[in-house]
Design a protein around this ligand. Sequence first.
Ligand code: FMN
Length: 370
Amino acid sequence: MKNQLFNDNTMKLGVMAFNCSHGSTVTMADGVWPMTWSDNATLARMVDNSGMEVLLPVGRWKGYGGDTNFNNRTFESFTWASGISAITEHCTVFATVHAPLIHPVAAAKMAATIDHISNGRFAINLVAGWFKNEFQMFNSLWREHDQRYEYASEWIELVKRLWIETKEFDFQGHFFEGKALWSEPKPLQQPRLPIMNAGSSTQGQIFSAKHADMNFVMLRQKDDTSDIKQINNLKVLASDLGRSSQCWIHAYVVCRDTEKEAKDYLHHYVVEKGDDVAVKNMLDIFGLQSKTLEPAVLDDFKYHFKAGHGGYPLVGTPEQIVSDIEKLSQMGVDGILLSWVDYLQEAQQWIDEVMPLLVQAGLRQPFIPS
Ligand SMILES: Cc1cc2nc3c(=O)[nH]c(=O)nc-3n(C[C@H](O)[C@H](O)[C@H](O)COP(=O)(O)O)c2cc1C
C-alpha cells in the first residue's frame, strides 16, 4: 500500500494534537477538547474516511499549569498510534518521538510493530527536545541545544540500520554503543519509515534536510516574503544534499458562515477565554530554552499560542479559507495539519464545506475510498 504522504494531492491535509487535552487551543471556551479515547477513535475514523492524509499526535509529558493546565492529559504517542492504526485504513499515522527518551533499539521495534499493524502506514515525527521540565521527569540529560540534534542524528542512523540489517552488528557511536544489535520484523516500508522533523533553528533545519522527508515549519508570519524565504531555505538545504523534503505547517481553523462570526468566535476563545497563565508558562520555558524566537517576537506569538499553539490562522468563511490555502500552496507549503477548539464538530464541518472547495480549486483530488 502506498503511504499517503506521497500521493498526488498538491495540498495534503491532516489533523494534529488530538491526543492531548485542549488539543492546540489554550482556552477555557465551551466545547474545548476533553480528550477521551472514544472521541479520539471517532475523530480518527472521520478523518480517515474523508481522504485526508495524516493523523499526528504531539509528544507531551506534562501540562503547563494555569486554569486549563493545557495538555495535562496526553495519550503516549507510540501506543496511541498503535490503537489508531488498528481502527483506520487510509491515513498515515504518526508517533512523535523524543529521541533522548526512548532507546533506538526499543523505538525501532515499536515502529516496525506499528508499521505491520497499520499495513505500511506508520511514520515518525522525531523531536530532539523542547521543554526541559519534561526531561527532568526522566532524569534525562538536557544537552546543549545543538548537541541535542547530534544525538538525534546518531539515534536515527542506528534506528535505520536496525530496520534494514539482516545480520547482527556491533555499534560504537558517540552516544550509543551496543553488541550484536538486531531487530525483527523489519518495517513493511523499506528501506525505512517516513520521517518528519519540526526543528526551526539552523541546527534543526540541517537535521531535517539530512534526515527528514517532511519539515514541520512554524512560519514566523512577519510577512509573506520572509515566510517564502523560510520555506525555500529548507527545500534548498535538502536539495543541496540530493534529497527532497515536503514543507508542512500547523494551522488553527475557525470556519464560520461569515467572516464576522469567525473573527468574533476567535476573539471569544482567545481574548475572553484564553488562559494567559498557561501560555506565559509555556513561552517562558520556550523562550528560555529554544533558540528559535527572539523575545520581541514572542509577544506576537502569545496570541497565536492561545489560538492554536503558534500555528497559522485559517479564519473566515470556507471560501476565504480555501483562498488562504491557495496562497500557502503558491508559497511552497505541501501539507497542513489542522486543529480546532471543538474537533468533532468542526472537523465534520471542514469535511463537508471546505474539502469540496479544495477539490474545485484543483488543490486535491476527489477521494474514492478503496
Ligand atoms: C507544529 C510543531 C509541533 C511540535 N511538536 C512537538 C512535540 O510534540 N514535542 C516536542 O517535544 N517538540 C515539538 N515541537 C518542537 C520542535 O521539535 C522544535 O524543538 C522547535 O520547533 C524548536 O526548534 P529547534 O529545536 O530547532 O530550536 C513542535 C514544533 C512545531 C513547530
